[in-house]
Design a protein around this ligand. Structure first.
Ligand code: ZN
Length: 234
């Protein structure tokens, strides 16, 4: 199968979601974990280990389809990208185009911006009816049975209801998304304290932090053969 040509099929790291867009905001690196979800299963995890003014060290592990496998501890560059609101704003520096980018995507072992990877948007490739149904399903899940769940702002609820009605009006005959456009990866940032268990094989949860597991060298040795059974004395 060919690699998908849209960005949503790849794990993406956002400089804003990772809390790296501002030098002033210090992130508590050992308390957050990014988990990536493919259709119905976790395809990887990523942890941010340390940061200097112009680099950030990440450790990631992906175990999905062929095009998104890999495990490494690498350093990504951060570049200054001041704007009118934030003079200390930072973005990732893409290694290929050398531009400041808010999002890097992981494809075949490398983190680059979506342009350098040649990735477009999934919404441009799928049938408009699939888009309508997918967005509608997302809204239905957020307001089950048209009810407002606790914690949701009244304004958000009203906007979702309005959008739901508009999408229902647009909904036409059932249309299924093609095989080539089914893969969608979502990133979820989790507070380690609330994580049940880590999927990342190099880490273990310890209280509200995670710790890197240093496996003793003998742990990789094949298990010793079981001792030969001792014949029972007559
Ligand atoms: Zn680039």
């Amino acid at each position: 199968m060919q690699d998908p040509i849209y960005r949503e099929a790849y794990p993406r790291l956002s400089v804003f979601e990772a809390g790296l867009s501002n030098r002033v905001n210090e992130v508590e690196f050992d308390r957050w974990l990014c988990r990536f979800w493919g259709p119905g299963r976790c395809v990887g995890e990523l942890v941010i280990l340390a940061r200097t003014e112009s680099t950030v060290a990440i450790d990631y592990w992906f175990h999905g389809p062929e095009y998104l496998r890999g495990r490494d501890l690498i350093s990504l560059s951060l570049v200054a990208a001041p704007n009118g609101i934030d003079p200390t704003r930072q973005l990732f520096g893409c290694d290929d185009c050398k531009q400041g980018r808010a999002i890097l995507a992981f494809k075949r072992g490398v983190w680059r911006c979506c342009d350098c990877h040649g990735l477009g948007y999934r919404s441009k490739l799928i049938d408009p009816q699939v888009r309508v149904r997918e967005e509608l399903a997302e809204i239905d899940a957020r307001i089950p049975g048209g009810r407002r769940l606790r914690g949701m702002h009244g304004r958000t609820f009203r906007e979702l209801r309005k959008r739901q009605a508009a999408l229902r009006a647009q909904r036409g005959p059932f249309c299924e998304v093609s095989e080539a456009h089914r893969q969608v990866i979502r990133a979820e940032w989790l507070e380690v304290a609330k994580v049940e268990h880590m999927v990342h094989p190099g880490y273990e949860k310890a209280g509200d932090k995670f710790v890197k597991v240093v496996r003793p060298s003998w742990a990789d040795d094949p298990p010793a053969p079981a001792p030969a059974p001792v014949a029972a004395k007559p």
